[in-house]
Each structure stands twice: as structure tokens, then as C-alpha cells.
Design a protein around this ligand. Structure first.
Ligand code: SF4
Length: 397
């Protein structure tokens, strides 16, 4: 069947799936209400958002320079920087860092870039035990599904579905338990994994070129455990996440948290290199209570060629708050089923064109109503309807 027919079939399947429909309905209105409340209480976030857009435009125009600066500063803070052009290169770098000490226990923080690269599946295929530590992403791992939303990956899974999935992992959860009780079971299950893990893998919400640091936002507290307890921390992130300075990066992190409706973020971690001490004779030793090694893989995966595309380039300003998804009438019915392998909804159609392929993105774009609601709520004011209209014109039927 052709790509368009396949897409339509998938979308109809989502409409008929009661679990997806229930999960989306329960979560979407909560998400929009949270963002409106945040912007009402902290209106300065809107002003910060327009500053972030300006800085990002300038950064993307000089991205090669900022990639190089980031790599130099990661090295300066005793980290190990790498640049990967594609999935194969990223996995090769990862294999070299991890070595042959199989099998290892690996804990992972949620990261869409690691989904793009297929890191979890790759590590499991090598015999390692890998656990997602974000609760939503853990549910996605067990269900072998794809994340349904950039910030809330399991937004489509209602409580009953979550219980069923967690039981498959061996957790002592039962029908009739309330959500608080379920979360406590997950907490005690993952606690041991954090302590015993050999490696922690994370993404980065944003990267600061001037210091080689990454910023990670978390509410669950899992990111701190993932990046602090194992002896090795590997961060994998897209090159478009780079901001020139730490204060620019901080500003972007605040905007992302605000437009995801999770403000103030409970935890904001800034990580620059491995843990260290100079408490004895001012002699610097790397590797104390936190990781002994910090590795950062900067991932291209189609982004650098998208910069040259007059339409797709604007999407690189996206800070992945997922606000557009909750506002889109099509996504509200289908979630990320209306999308590529990783990204879905308004921003996801364009990201699919950047990181997967134009034909798939063009077929997906035909289902957009071009109503413009996504652009209205986007903190970066990305003209997604305009880009999607262009993708429609690229479809070869
Ligand atoms: S313009 Fe298209 S992608 Fe944007 S909200 Fe409307 S239907 Fe969704």
C-alpha cells in the first residue's frame, strides 16, 4: 500500500482505539490548563521566549562555530566530546565508550534524540539491561510503543493500561490501586537500579557553548539520579540545542518548562564535566560521589542540512515543549500516531522531514487542517502551518 494509504489506515486505527482516545482526552485539557495558568502567574516567560528566539536564530546561523566551541569547552571541563553525523556514527561512539564489559546495567533519562538514534534497543540487543527512569518513558519501553508527546510520552495510556504494563515488568501493582500507590511501587523498583547502574544516559534540554555544560529539567527527580549515581554519564543531544552562553541556556530551560506547563521546574541540573574534588592539598581528583567520566555526543542526524532548507530551517528553533501538540485538533484525536517513528503532531511532522524522510512527512502533512493554532501557542512562534503547506507541495503521488 502507498505511504498515504498507510498513514490514513494508521490514523483510523488510532480513532478506533478506546485506550488512546481515553488517555488523550484525560490528559490534553489538563496540559493546556497548566500552561495557561503558568503564563498567567509568570507572564515574563513570554518575554523570555522572544529573546530565546532571537538568540537561537543567531546561533543557528553560526552553528559550526558553536559546535566547535562546545566541544572545546566540554574538553576544558574534563569531559569527552564527540560529534556524530548519523545514527551509525552515534552508536559506534557509544559502543566505544561502553566497551565490551557485557552485560551492564544502564539507566536512562527520557530523551527524544536517543529515540531517534535507537539507543535503548541497540544496547538491549547487545545484552545490556536498560531501564528508562522517567515513568512515562518506562511505560513506553514496556509497551514497545513510541512516545506520544515530547514531554509526556505516555499521555495516551490511562491508569488501567499503566497497571497492566507495570505488572509485565514484575511490579506489585493491582487493579484498584490509586495513582499515588502505583508511583510508590515504581519508586522502589527503580531505586535499586539507580544505585547499581554502571552507566547513566541522558539527553540535554539545552547546551551552553561557552562552558560546555548541559542543562536538564526534571520533576520526577530521576534525571539527578541517572546523571549522578552511576560512575559514567553519557549525554546525547541534537546540535540545535546549543545556546551561546550558560545564561542563554538557562533562559531557554525556563521557557521550555513554562510552556510545558511544569513551572517552576522542580529540578534544574547544570552539568559540566565529571564530579571532582580539590579538598586535599588543592590537588584536583576527578570522580568523587558523582560520575568519574562525562561524555557528550553532539548529534547531527539531518539538522545541519535542514539549516540550508528555506522552510525546514525554522523548525530548528523548536525547544520541544510540546505546546503545539496539545493545541492541534488532529493530534488531539491521534496523538503521535500522526507522525513519524519518533516525532508527531505539528512540530513532529516537520521534525520527521528533518530526521527521517521528506516523503513520509509530506504524506503526514496532508492531514493538517492548516488552522494555525499550533503557531499561535508556540513560544518560538514557528510558522508550522507555512512549513507544513510547503511539505504538502513536496508530495509525489
Ligand atoms: S495548522 Fe495543522 S498542525 Fe497546526 S494545529 Fe492546525 S491542524 Fe494541527
Amino acid at each position: 500500500m502507498d505511504i498515504l494509504g498507510e498513514t490514513a489506515k494508521e490514523l483510523y486505527r488510532a480513532l478506533d482505539n478506546k485506550e488512546i482516545q481515553t488517555g488523550l482526552k484525560r490528559s490534553i485539557s489538563n496540559l493546556s490548563i497548566s500552561v495557561d495558568r503558568v503564563l498567567n502567574v509568570w507572564p515574563y516567560l513570554e518575554e523570555l521566549a522572544s529573546k530565546v528566539r532571537e538568540i537561537k536564530e543567531e546561533t543557528l546561523n553560526n552553528l559550526d562555530y558553536y559546535i566547535d566551541l562546545t566541544m572545546r569547552n566540554v574538553k576544558r571541563s574534563h569531559g569527552h566530546p564527540y560529534f556524530a553525523r548519523n545514527r551509525e556514527e552515534a552508536l559506534k561512539i557509544l559502543d566505544e565508550i561502553i566497551g565490551d564489559d557485557s552485560p551492564l546495567l544502564i539507566v536512562k533519562a527520557k530523551s527524544m534524540v536517543t529515540e531517534e538514534v535507537g539507543i535503548r534497543e541497540h544496547l538491549i540487543s547487545l545484552g545490556h539491561s536498560v531501564y528508562e527512569t522517567d515513568l512515562g518513558e518506562l511505560l513506553i519501553q514496556i509497551s514497545r510503543d513510541k512516545p506520544m508527546h515530547a514531554i509526556a510520552p505516555a499521555i495516551h495510556i490511562p491508569k488501567e493500561g499503566a497497571i497492566e504494563l507495570l505488572r509485565r515488568l514484575g511490579l506489585n501493582v493491582r487493579e484498584g490501586m490509586n495513582i499515588e500507590e502505583i508511583v510508590m511501587e515504581v519508586r522502589s523498583f527503580l531505586r535499586r537500579k539507580f544505585v547499581d547502574a554502571d552507566i547513566g544516559i541522558s539527553g540535554a534540554n539545552v547546551v551552553a557553548a561557552d562552558t560546555g555544560s548541559i542543562i536538564l529539567i526534571s520533576n520526577e527527580g530521576n534525571i539527578r539520579n541517572t546523571t549522578s549515581l552511576p560512575p559514567v554519564h553519557i549525554a546525547v543531544t541534537g546540535v540545535e540545542k546549543i545556546m551561546p552562553t550558560l545564561s542563554d541556556a538557562f533562559m531557554q530551560a525556563l521557557v521550555q518548562a513554562g510552556y510545558a506547563g511544569l513551572y517552576p521546574p522542580t529540578y534544574l541540573s547544570i552539568i559540566a564535566g565529571p564530579s571532582s574534588t580539590a579538598d586535599i592539598e588543592y590537588h584536583r581528583v576527578y570522580g568523587v560521589h558523582g560520575p568519574k567520566e562525562f561524555h557528550m555526543i553532539l548529534y547531527d542526524g539531518g539538522r545541519l542540512s535542514a539549516i540550508k532548507d528555506p522552510f525546514l530551517s525554522e523548525q530548528l528553533l523548536c525547544i520541544r515543549c510540546g505546546r503545539c501538540q496539545a493545541e492541534c485538533p488532529v493530534w488531539g484525536l491521534t496523538g503521535n500516531i500522526w507522525g513519524g517513528n519518533v516525532y508527531g503532531g505539528p512540530m513532529g511532522i516537520v521534525w520527521t522531514a528533518i530526521v527521517e524522510n521528506i516523503s513520509l512527512a509530506s504524506a503526514l502533512s496532508l492531514f493538517c487542517l492548516v488552522c494555525g493554532r499550533c503557531m499561535e501557542v508556540c513560544p518560538m512562534k514557528i510558522d508550522m502551518p507555512h512549513i507544513i503547506r510547503n511539505l504538502k507541495s513536496r508530495l509525489n503521488l
